[in-house]
Write a protein that binds this ligand. Sequence first.
Ligand code: MG
Length: 353
Amino acid sequence: MEIKLQEYSIHIDSLAAPLLEYFESHSTSKVFVLVDENTKEHCLPSLNFEGMPDFQIIEIKAGEQFKNIDSCQLIWQRLLESAADRKALLINLGGGVIGDMGGFCAATFKRGIPFIQIPTTLLSQVDASVGGKLGIDFQEVKNSIGLFQNPEMVLLQPDFLKTLPSAELRSGFAEVIKHALIQDKDQWDEIEKIENLSAIEWKNWIARSVIIKKNIVVVDPFEKGERKKLNFGHTVGHAIESFFLNTESPLLHGEAIAWGMLAEAKLSQVFANLSDKHFQGIFDLIERLYQPKPITETIMPELVKSMKNDKKNSFGKINFTMLKEPGTSFINQDIAEQSIIKAILEVNQQLSS
Ligand code: MG
């Protein structure tokens, strides 16, 4: 299956054929493959097919804490040492960290070399695969250094999800839920029936979710308007994620976003007339799949500070995407600190009862 965007294509469930076609139609001087210890073991063997050119492996450590300038230096250094020129190709084989950071390194090395994304987690397949956002974390602020740049192509292998820990699947599924909530009522109706994620046939779910995101991104590639819908759950969610990143119990991205969606659905009841029934439906699903825990009241000031620092916001205002109902959303709702804290505390209360 192929999903075409303006500048590149996303191929679902085929790896060798699109790669071979790429190498036939592009003159490539050297091929580098960026991996971490997990994708080196579980995913790299898939690149061992007949006709694949020789490549050099660049390995970094797995984990969000390594999505930083030190890892970039290592990648750039390897490219330099191997005399990579502008016709070199970087294949990023891994989850969001590998894709965002590898893409960032490729897009900046010698003012830009081509790169191919092969996302290996559900999160990166349904989210990072579309939209060309690249970057790294800097001084505890997620993705604060980066740029927009499209890859040559994106290859999505549902088979890679078989080796993924269930917590990672659950994390990625938060973006599937988000896509449905902002734009696709029918998919939301399907999602509401899910009891657990173990029996899911991923190929079609991935395709459908990617298409929702694609339809939003093509009309607004640089996030001036419509694309902000994709921030649903992420204003509160990113603040929660950043806070817990530095504790002994960090949350996965999707776990934090699931919490963020609860808080922002609660705000949608007040600011967008989301019905009690619809809020309850969202609450029930997220509680069932994620078992979120209440958030300590004492960290509220820190969460608010972090939301104000978020690159999505300007002039000290905190900006939200609101849900009118599942499948229908609107952007640019400024909400005061006090209302945000109140919503989080109300969700807390409902989680404890
Ligand atoms: Mg996200």
